[in-house]
Write a protein that binds this ligand. Structure first.
Ligand SMILES: Cc1cc2nc3c(=O)[nH]c(=O)nc-3n(C[C@H](O)[C@H](O)[C@H](O)COP(=O)(O)OP(=O)(O)OC[C@H]3O[C@@H](n4cnc5c(N)ncnc54)[C@H](O)[C@@H]3O)c2cc1C
Length: 462
């Protein structure tokens, strides 16, 4: 068995893990990043399929070039290259598509009430937003206006930001934060940029930085356990990749592990993966209870990625609905090939969609199967001509979209801190830990916070 020495070992090669790795590498740390999957990017990855370039479901980067992901990349002197932006939102309501701005009778009263909410978003301070972690979006908007049309508008916006189905369950702090940041940086309530070549290109510069600075990234190699002694991290054990066990016996064999020595470990894995690598005796019982109680509190969806032989439309609009005719599920949908023509062969059309649903349902194979069948009828109804033009379909079930669900009492200060309680040298990063914003931005925020904390802890020990 060989011993390796690293300044920091990072478990997970998603945006958070690679983000931490690249920031630490830029600060002179020799890092090792491990991922049990045999690809990088975690939930935000990109693949090639039948000549198309496809992301894991619908993946849009809120605020694009001025997002938290862009802030992280700027810290390693890199920039995001965007293929384009979504331009407007089309809503399926009353049996037809309408532009969201034309959805309501634009009456003077509506305009006045709408402006009141926008004024409140502009005027609220970030400290006051932090105080709204256990307030629902519904409660907050209703406190400003009773206008039903304005309520509907913010319900749509909240659904796009949180991937949740009901605005009673959306945390006001997260939705207001996202709107405020977008207004400040982009002058709109919500924007969505699309990285050229897919979301994988957000993490590739991080990978290059890690490797250029002497770090290593190993995929297909899971971390088995974080080893803690006397309240201090002393290393990790990783699956032994050199084993020559027969591949077709993989599921039955227990592999050897290798010990890697380090005094700093970042678990950049979602909260629901912690149980597999941490031993509960090493932590205070309140922390273990918290982890266990939050582990299934995530957002989920079912949907399709589709290849069509010709475009169904030519614009860059998001297409959304609060309730489809038959499944009664909300819909989020767009065409990546309209935004980045290189993502599909010439003349073809790539379509990506997701219908937010309860996680409990998304975990039920029978519910998912039936849901996807009914959804197919819904899609043919709202997109006439779909069936005749489809060349291939990838039906999908996504569990764990936005880290911890953005529900009141689960966001902001309620998310686990980036420093593990009672264990020296152990940190967390990712969209299920402290950090605000839509998925990828929240993963990047938490990575930046995590590395700042590690650097501070090191300095204070010197
Ligand atoms: C379908 C879908 C659509 C989404 N749409 C959007 C969107 O439009 N906009 C947006 O901003 N966000 C979106 N998200 C969310 C976004 O993808 C995530 O917020 C972000 O990628 C989380 O990054 P992370 O690094 O925190 O976690 P992850 O990407 O989950 O990375 C964690 C990594 O840890 C690895 N791991 C776990 N256990 C171990 C172990 N024991 N050893 C080694 N490795 C381990 C996993 O394999 C994984 O690669 C979407 C997510 C999904 C699934």
């Amino acid at each position: 068995m060989m011993d390796y020495d690293f300044d920091a070992v990072i478990v997970g090669a998603g945006i958070a893990g690679l983000g931490c790795g690249s920031l630490l590498a830029s600060n002179g740390f020799r890092v090792a990043v491990y991922d049990e999957l045999n690809y990088i990017g975690g939930r935000a990855t990109t693949t090639n399929f039948r000549g198309y370039t496809i992301d894991t479901g619908l993946h849009a980067l809120s605020r694009g070039d001025v997002s938290s992901v862009a802030d992280l990349l700027a810290r390693i002197n890199r920039k995001i290259e965007l293929a384009g932006w979504s331009e407007g939102v089309s809503v399926w309501e009353n049996d037809r598509w309408q532009d969201i701005s034309e959805l309501r009778q634009v009456s003077p009263a509506y305009n006045e009430n709408f402006k009141k909410v926008i004024k409140a978003v502009i005027e609220i301070s970030y400290q006051d937003i932090d105080r709204l972690d256990d307030v629902s979006l519904k409660e907050w908007v209703e406190g400003i206006t009773e206008d039903q049309d304005v309520h509907d508008f913010f319900n749509y916006l909240g659904m796009m930001i949180t991937t949740l189905t009901d605005w009673k369950e959306m945390a006001a702090s997260e939705v207001i934060y996202e709107m405020k940041k977008n207004l400040e940086k982009k002058g709109q309530l919500l924007t969505a940029g699309f990285p050229k070549g897919g979301t994988i290109n957000l993490v590739k510069p991080m990978v290059e930085t890690i490797r250029d600075r002497g770090g290593i990234i190993l995929t297909g190699t899971g971390v088995d356990e974080v080893i803690i002694e006397d309240g201090k991290v002393i290393g990790v054990t990783v699956e032994n990749v050199t084993g020559d066990a027969p591949k077709n016996f993989e599921d039955w064999l227990i592999y050897d592990t290798e010990f890697l020595r380090t005094n700093t470990v970042i678990c950049a894995v979602p909260i629901w993966n912690l149980e597999a690598i941490l031993t509960s005796e090493d932590f205070p019982s309140w922390f273990i209870s918290k982890i266990n109680s939050l582990a299934r509190e995530t957002s989920s969806a079912i949907g399709y990625i589709l290849g069509l032989d010709e475009p169904l439309w030519n614009d860059n609009k998001f297409r959304v609905s609060l309730s489809l005719p038959q499944t009664n599920l909300p819909l989020q949908c767009y065409s990546p090939s309209n935004i980045d023509p290189d993502s599909a062969p010439e003349g073809k059309f790539l379509l990506s969609m997701g219908c937010p649903c309860e996680t409990e349902n998304a975990l039920d194979k029978w519910w998912v199967r039936e849901g996807l069948e009914i959804l197919w009828d819904d899609l043919n109804y709202i997109f006439p001509g779909l069936d005749e033009h489809v060349e291939w379909t990838l039906p999908a079930r996504y569990v764990g979209i936005d880290g911890l669900a953005k529900k009141p009492g689960m966001v902001g200060k309620y998310k686990p801190d980036i420093k593990a309680p009672g264990v020296d040298g152990l940190y967390f990063a990712g969209d299920t830990y402290r950090g605000r914003g839509v998925g990828m931005n929240s993963a990047a925020e938490s990575a930046m916070k995590c590395v700042e904390k590690i650097l501070k802890d090191r300095t204070s020990k010197k």
